[in-house]
Design a protein around this ligand. Structure first.
Ligand SMILES: *Cc1c(COP(=O)(O)O)cnc(C)c1O
Length: 425
């Protein structure tokens, strides 16, 4: 695939785009989604980084649980086709494949920011000397608020405890060498490095393996928010030796608005004495209904569960994960690289008018490209929407385009170019 990418001569023609689609082994997956239309015209949907489209299989998956609820009432916990008592077990194997983990290292539960707080309870236990957190200055706001309030919870001052990473003057993205230098400069006081796997604004991918190694070398933990990475990158969380990770499932994982979330805890911490906020669903499954005192955690990530499973969001996620297992994250990523390289080629026809701020190196980005338009970006964004192209707009000045390998086509990318051609003519 790499060779193909290096040597491929892209062409800005419909026939070339259609040829790429004809060669695409994953092309049939788009028929398994409800693609958007407007006035009976195809909409080029580029917001998979925000809310993935609906897989058609979701409706039957929800119906299954509705029917079993109607038929069995509470007995559905054991008698449903997919018994609710251990529902998370139906998701862990496929979720583990998506993030490159062992099934015991992964659990699906709650929502993303909730899970981030739960992980902070376990992995952020500041001491008088070791209390600092390194994060991106331009992190997603929920992560900024989570870190700020976690620090305050320990009676510390966020201005002293949180070290913000900022790009160098005149640059848009962070350099790995600068992240590692910041880790080393705070070697004695650093408790945790908490970054996104992919920055939501610039689309930059962080070198999670190198960052985790640098954090561990100074005695700190490394955790990642994979909201924009899960279902997008070919992750290897276990091998990269990441301590913990959290992600949502409604972005690239197509599991519905406000959908459930995933947690990874490295098996190294499986039986550790980490602090945690516990609930009955994380308690030894054999004893769960004995209603006894004294919390006994299930080994692994499942031991962080609090509440009984949210069957409906999890049923959606189960159906969606089955598609990921069938397609294979490696294949999806290979197509994604090609799709985004093609988008980059198309956008680069208009460098007089716009700049792509996402890294040019494909290993430093996922499918998203972030664009700054030299003049009135919002006007171009509105124009694209009127042309049935649907990117998203992020204040203050970025248009994000995220062609995804599950349901976007090379022809979609070509159509973006056609709209730009009209606009800039
Ligand atoms: C999308 C996103 C969130 C959203 O958090 P929820 O708890 O799912 O509402 C948080 N953090 C990052 C980095 C995100 O990209």
């Amino acid at each position: 695939m790499v060779l193909v990418l290096l040597h491929m001569q892209f062409e800005n023609t419909l026939s070339f785009a259609q040829q790429l689609d004809a060669n695409d082994k994953l092309a049939h997956f788009k028929h398994q989604f409800h693609l958007l239309t407007h006035n009976n015209k195809h909409v080029v949907y580029l917001c998979g980084n925000s809310l993935g489209l609906q897989p058609k299989s979701v409706r039957a998956a929800i119906d299954q649980e509705l029917n079993d609820w109607a038929k069995f009432g509470v007995e559905g916990h054991f008698d449903a086709k997919n018994p609710w008592f251990g529902y998370h077990h139906f998701l862990t194997e496929n979720a583990a494949k998506v993030v490159g983990a062992k099934p015991s290292e992964v659990v699906i539960m709650n929502n993303l920011t909730v899970n981030l707080h739960l992980m902070m309870v376990s992995f952020y236990k500041p001491t008088v000397t070791r209390f600092k957190i390194i994060m991106e200055a331009a992190a997603f706001p929920s992560d900024l608020y989570a870190m700020e309030t976690q620090v305050k919870h320990h009676n510390l001052n966020p201005n002293e405890a949180i070290i913000e990473l900022k790009p160098r003057e005149g640059e848009h993205t962070l350099r790995t060498e600068d992240i590692i230098a910041t880790i080393n400069a705070n070697a004695d006081s650093l408790a945790l490095v908490m970054l996104g796997g992919v920055n939501y604004y610039t689309g930059q991918v962080f070198d999670m393996k190198a960052i985790a190694a640098a954090a561990h070398a100074v005695g700190a933990y490394a955790g990642f928010d994979l909201a924009h990475a899960a279902g997008n990158l070919h992750l290897q969380l276990h091998d990269w030796d990441v301590d913990f990770a959290v992600w949502c499932t409604y972005k690239y994982l197509n599991s519905g608005p406000g959908g459930t979330s995933g947690v990874f805890v490295h098996e190294r911490h499986e039986n550790s004495e980490l602090n945690r906020f516990a609930g009955w669903w994380g308690h030894d499954e054999g004893e769960r209904f004995q209603m006894k005192k004294g919390f006994k955690a299930i080994p692994g990530a499942q031991g962080w569960q609090l509440s009984n499973a949210q069957i409906f969001p999890m049923a959606i996620h189960k159906a969606s994960l089955e598609m990921f297992a069938e397609a294979g994250m490696e294949n999806l990523r290979a197509k994604s690289e090609l799709l985004t390289c093609y988008l980059e080629f198309i956008l680069n026809q208009y460098t007089d008018h716009l700049t792509v701020i996402t890294p040019k190196n494909k290993d430093e980005r996922g499918c998203q490209l972030s664009i700054i338009v030299k003049q009135d970006g919002k006007k171009l964004f509105d124009y694209l929407v009127s042309e049935n192209i649907m990117p998203d707009w992020r204040e203050p000045d970025v248009i994000r385009m995220s062609p995804v390998p599950m349901y976007n086509t090379f022809e979609d990318v070509y159509l973006i170019g056609e709209a730009l051609k009209k606009y800039f003519a």
